[in-house]
Design a protein around this ligand. Structure first.
Ligand code: 5GP
Length: 141
C-alpha cells in the first residue's frame, strides 16, 4: 500500500492533535474541523478503505468508536453525532488509509455539515427490491 498523509501522522512525521490511542488505533482532530471536535479514527494497520480491510482491524475500530464518541459527547455535549466513512473517490474519499469521521452535531453552534438523502421508494417496487437483495445475498454463497 502506498504511503498516505495518515501513515506520516502515525509515524509522527506530520503533527496531529491526538485524542485517543491504543495498540491498534489512533484518533486525532480532523484538520478541517467541519464541526467542533470533528475527529478521525484510523487503524494503525494501513488499508485503503472498507473494501481492503480485515475483520480483526474492524474489531479494533468497533471497540474504539464508542469510546471516542462518548469522550466527544462528554467534552462538548453535542446535540448529535454522525459517523461517516468514505470509500473511493466518487464517495468523497481523499485519503486512502481507512478512516472514520466522528462529527459531533450542534443545533445552535457552528455546524458546517449537511447531507442530501433523497429517497426513491416511489420508484423502486418490492419486486425490484427483492432482486437487488438477491444479487447481494448471492455474493455470500
Ligand atoms: P476523506 O475525504 O478521505 O473522507 O477525509 C480525509 C480527511 O482528512 C479530511 O476531512 C481532511 O480534512 C483530513 N486531513 C487531510 N490532511 C490532514 C492532515 O494533514 N491532518 C489532519 N489532522 N487531517 C487531515
Amino acid at each position: 500500500m502506498s504511503e498516505t498523509i495518515f501513515s506520516k501522522i502515525l509515524d509522527g512525521e506530520i503533527p496531529s492533535h491526538k485524542v485517543y490511542e491504543d495498540d491498534a488505533v489512533y484518533a486525532f482532530l480532523d484538520i478541517s474541523q467541519v464541526t467542533k471536535g470533528h475527529t478521525l479514527l484510523i487503524p494503525k494497520k494501513a488499508s485503503a478503505n472498507i473494501f481492503e480491510t480485515d475483520s480483526e482491524t474492524m474489531q479494533h475500530i468497533g471497540a474504539a468508536l464508542p469510546k471516542v464518541a462518548n469522550a466527544i459527547k462528554a467534552a462538548f455535549n453535542p446535540d448529535g453525532l454522525n459517523i461517516i466513512q468514505n470509500n473511493g473517490e466518487y464517495a468523497d474519499q481523499s485519503v486512502f488509509h481507512l478512516h472514520f469521521h466522528l462529527l459531533p452535531r450542534y443545533e445552535n453552534d457552528i455546524d458546517g455539515f449537511g447531507y442530501k438523502w433523497e429517497t426513491h421508494e416511489d420508484q423502486i417496487d418490492d419486486k425490484q427490491k427483492a432482486q437487488i437483495a438477491k444479487e447481494i445475498v448471492a455474493q455470500f454463497e
